[in-house]
Write a protein that binds this ligand. Structure first.
Ligand code: MEV
Length: 440
């Protein structure tokens, strides 16, 4: 058992590594070598990474890939994706190509409002609280002016503040429920700074409110924080085409394909066990672009899954229908994204990703990300309802298995060639590799 360490964050990077490798690893030399292999040789880039978080001891790389041929509202995009899962970029590219010939993706931003809340306790007369709120509301807005000034100049800022009575849920619990427009910023810092100022003013000015009793003057602020649930920061992406144009799979007619596809979506709409996996596939596309563009994928994940449960039961994010000989497939999802602030101006790869996307506004990025999600779901359902998922997935996973067993270039080429006409499975790959090694 290792002993606790105090003052770890104050140690130099090399001292931190020394302590880690000597405390936890049987072979400290190899552990150190691995950590060092992932350092960037460019000192400036390494320093940037070191300073993103506390206690950086190395970098953790993910592949950064691209999926070309995405036609979105008649404009072509190559979409950057940071992800480790073998088949995701291939599936996105396949979907993009498929819809490129069928009119592409159509998207629309429905709304861009974000929410933050000051949660507080008040145990007095609620009418007194309401009159205090009405009295103080303009002062609350006045006191955040130093924070909101620049955002307001660009057309954003605080949209409204409401007092919400939550005392039916918890005795004495109220909120200042605040809506914001943060334009091209994801807005977490802006929103949280505003909320903390609201909380300060709200608590302090209560002491001077003459209609409060002495007890009522003691408003207890519990916390001030943005919400990652953003059902009013919503984007829609859709594709549609004539059923007869869904004719790329040789083994299945367009009619049979479309009918199975719509059934698959309907199943995800009513069956939570399926819906979670269905939506996970959508998030394969969404997270990869969110990550590549320096956005907060945990915030997006939390908000999207809450939205998928908004009617009281976890359900599919995508929907599909057949109408008058046409196939329609669409999704509306909440996405709070930024293209300024945060990592977007700091991380060289994020800057590159944004340039690749023609320097999108946050609204543009919402649409691109939604398309990546819809495309991913289309690819997954297309495979699932026709060949099954494993064929394509294992084909992409083949290289991982070969690398796991240290295959050399000759072995890789031979085995990849063999599996062009055979079904990939872990055991089949191992067997062939062993046979090859015996022969040579
Ligand atoms: C795998 O990462 C994602 C899928 O399971 C999604 C789905 O089942 O729709 C293939």
């Amino acid at each position: 058992m290792s002993k606790p360490i105090s003052g770890f964050s104050k140690l130099s990077k090399s001292k931190k590594i020394e302590w880690i490798v000597n405390t936890y690893f049987s072979n400290n030399k190899i552990a150190k070598q691995i950590l060092e292999q992932y350092w960037n040789t460019n000192e400036n880039i390494q320093q940037l990474h070191d300073e993103f978080i506390e206690n950086t001891i190395t970098n953790y790389y993910l592949p950064f890939g691209v999926a070309p041929n995405f036609l979105i509202n008649n404009k072509l995009y190559t979409i950057p994706m940071a992800i480790e899962e073998s088949s995701v970029v291939a599936a996105a590219s396949k979907s993009a190509k498929f819809w490129l010939d069928r009119g592409g993706f159509k998207t629309k931003v429905i709304s861009t409002t974000k929410i933050g809340q000051v949660h507080f306790m008040f145990f007095g007369n609620s009418h007194h609280l309401i009159s205090y709120f009405n009295h103080i509301k303009s002062r609350l807005l006045e006191d955040v002016k130093p924070i909101t000034k620049n955002m307001e100049l660009r057309g954003g800022g605080v949209i409204d503040i409401e007092l919400r009575d939550k005392t039916e849920d918890i005795k004495g619990y109220y909120q200042l429920h605040v809506s914001f427009e943060t334009l091209d910023a994801m807005g977490a810092n802006f929103i949280n700074s505003c909320l903390e100022q609201f909380a300060k003013t709200f608590k302090e000015e209560a002491l001077n409110f003459k209609d409060f009793t002495t007890e009522e003057k003691n408003i207890q602020i519990v916390m001030s924080i943005l919400s990652n649930y953003v059902p009013d920061c919503l984007v829609r992406a859709e594709v549609s085409c004539k059923i007869e144009d869904l004719n790329e799979d040789k083994d299945i007619s367009p009619e049979e394909f479309v009918s199975k596809f719509v059934q698959a979506v309907n199943i995800a709409e009513v069956e939570p066990y399926r819906a979670v996996t269905h939506n996970k596939g959508i998030m394969n596309g969404i997270d990869a672009v969110v990550l590549a563009t320096g956005n907060d994928f945990r915030a997006v994940e939390a908000g999207v899954h809450a939205y998928a449960s908004r009617n009281g039961k976890y359900s599919s994010l995508t929907h599909a229908k057949i109408e008058n000989g046409m196939f329609y497939f669409w999704m509306e999802i909440p996405l709070a994204l930024g293209t300024v602030g945060g990592l977007t101006g700091l991380h060289p790869l994020v800057k590159l990703a944004l340039e690749l996307l023609h320097h999108p506004s946050a609204k543009d990025l919402m649409q691109i990300v939604a398309v990546a999600g819809l495309a991913q779901n289309f690819a997954a359902l297309r495979s699932l309802t026709t060949t099954g998922i494993q064929k394509g997935h294992m084909k992409m996973h083949l290289m991982n298995i070969l690398n796991q067993f240290g295959a050399n270039e000759y072995e890789k080429a031979t085995i990849i060639d063999y599996f062009k006409t055979h079904t990939v499975s872990h055991s089949a790959v191992v067997e062939i590799l062993q046979n090859l090694r015996i022969k040579n």
